[in-house]
Design a protein around this ligand. Structure first.
Ligand code: PMP
Length: 438
């Protein structure tokens, strides 16, 4: 006989902002563009779950791949062993990525992919006799997960609150992102190329030879869908090259077609030294993260003097067969349905639809790029974030629409299979719910 336990046995993920204690919204089924809740209410998914289900839900090819793999080889220990699948998947991923990113380290989440990248960067510098490079530069408003590494470089102070002490022995600097709004500019913001100068100032202040890496989300997602000004990422690349600093793109959100190429690196024409991935890698169906590493960084590990580095790294589930099978089927689906091109094909329509919300009460900015977007609302004076949360709640309960809210920013990242009628529906519901919000 089992003893009775409360619903609180499941300690749900929570945020620093604990003022909203709504009952969980239970989703029990999903297909294509829709979730269904416990009452079998269809809910249009304008968030790809949590920026991950880029091919839509329950795609038969992915489902079958997972089922077959579970029945064939459920697990293989990854240390000096494994199934053939991660070898195949690593090659497929490298082939999709910009040229020198030819090596892939698998993990289980975006947070682990980021921690892995940080470990690799530190060891890389030590291997090259530059062990003094222990400082990391992240950006304001950046989200890099909840591991101690990702939290330490992240730029959302609320997430770090009461989570410390964070990583010791390193120093974490924050590159200011000019958060002044794009003021309804369509596509990339016109101003802001000067943003990179702040990075230069930071480097000058802290001695470039002590800095290990700069971590950047090409588009900051969880921080509120903040778009890079043209030339900004190029400038970061130049500055890092000039000072021997490793540049890492966190493409956990921007990867896999969100901005019209496999990765934002290609769309913006800037190649980082490392790239972190998760979410869309398996279409959200199975947990998986990946850290892509350039030839140069990888070579330092391979060519270092014997015994020069004793770095131990790897997860029990690195390259898990189920995750690999899901990822391979996901990549097949993206390719067959040309989903990476959708964000370009639909980009103009998406932009016009979102910008039709201009002029609604409280709307102070609208941002879009590819198939990502944001509607920013004016914060209530006494309760920043409350208005965004109210719209998010209304969308779900009254409008059957799943969006994300990060503070007062309503973030949108629909599955790439979305059609124009569904874009119209998203905008219609969102508009109604914004109008209904005080
Ligand atoms: N990096 C970025 C850019 C993310 O958006 C996220 C998750 N939202 C993470 C890392 C962390 O990923 P996970 O939640 O899978 O650990």
């Amino acid at each position: 006989q089992q003893r009775p336990v409360s619903m609180e046995a499941y300690w749900m993920p929570f945020s620093a902002n604990r003022q909203y204690k709504a009952a969980p919204r239970l989703l029990v089924r999903a297909e294509g563009m829709y979730y269904h809740d416990v009452d079998d209410r269809p809910i249009l998914d304008a968030a790809a779950g949590l920026w991950c289900c880029n091919a839509g839900h329950a795609r038969p090819r992915i489902v079958q791949a997972i089922q077959q793999q579970a029945a064939t080889l459920d697990f293989a220990p990854p240390f000096q062993m494994g199934s053939p699948l991660p070898f195949v998947l690593a090659q497929r991923l490298a082939a999709l990525a910009p040229a020198p990113l030819n090596h892939v380290f698998f993990s289980n989440s975006g947070s682990e992919a980021v921690d892995t990248a940080m470990k690799i960067v530190l060891a890389y510098h030590r291997l090259r006799g530059q062990g003094q490079r222990t400082r990391f530069i992240g950006r304001e408003k950046a989200y890099h997960g909840v591991g101690f590494g990702g939290l330490s470089i992240g730029g959302l102070p609320n997430n770090r609150k009461d989570a410390g002490p964070l990583l010791a022995g390193s120093d974490f600097l924050r590159h200011t992102l000019d958060l002044s709004r794009n003021a309804f500019s369509r596509g990339l913001p016109r101003h802001g190329a000067e943003l990179a100068e702040d990075l230069e100032r930071l480097i000058a202040l802290h001695d470039a030879s002590t800095i290990a890496a700069v971590f950047v989300e090409p588009i900051a997602g969880s921080g509120g869908v903040i778009l890079p000004a043209p030339g900004y990422l190029q400038r970061l690349r130049e500055i890092c090259d000039q000072h021997g600093i490793v540049l890492v793109f966190d493409e956990v959100i921007t990867g896999f077609g969100r901005v019209g190429n496999a990765f934002a690196a290609q769309r913006f024409g800037v190649t980082p030294d490392l790239m972190t991935l998760a979410k869309g890698l398996t279409n959200g169906a199975v947990p998986m993260g990946a850290t892509l590493v350039s030839d140069a960084v990888h070579a330092a590990f391979m060519q270092g003097p014997p015994g020069a580095i004793e770095l131990f790294h790897g997860y029990t589930y690195s390259g898990h067969p189920l995750a690999c099978a899901a990822a391979l089927a996901t990549l097949d689906t993206y390719a067959e349905e040309h989903l990476f091109e959708r964000a370009i094909e639909l980009g103009d329509y998406w932009q016009s639809a979102l910008h039709s919300l201009r002029g609604l009460p409280h709307v102070i900015d609208i941002r879009n790029f590819g198939l990502i977007g944001a509607v920013e609302l004016a914060p209530r004076k006494d309760a920043p974030g409350a208005r965004g949360y109210e719209v998010f709640e209304r969308c779900f309960r009254d409008g059957s629409l799943l969006v994300r809210c990060t503070g007062d920013v309503i973030a949108l990242s629909p599955p790439l299979i979305i059609d124009k009628a569904q874009i119209d529906r998203i905008v219609e519901i969102l508009g109604d719910m914004i109008n209904a919000t005080g």
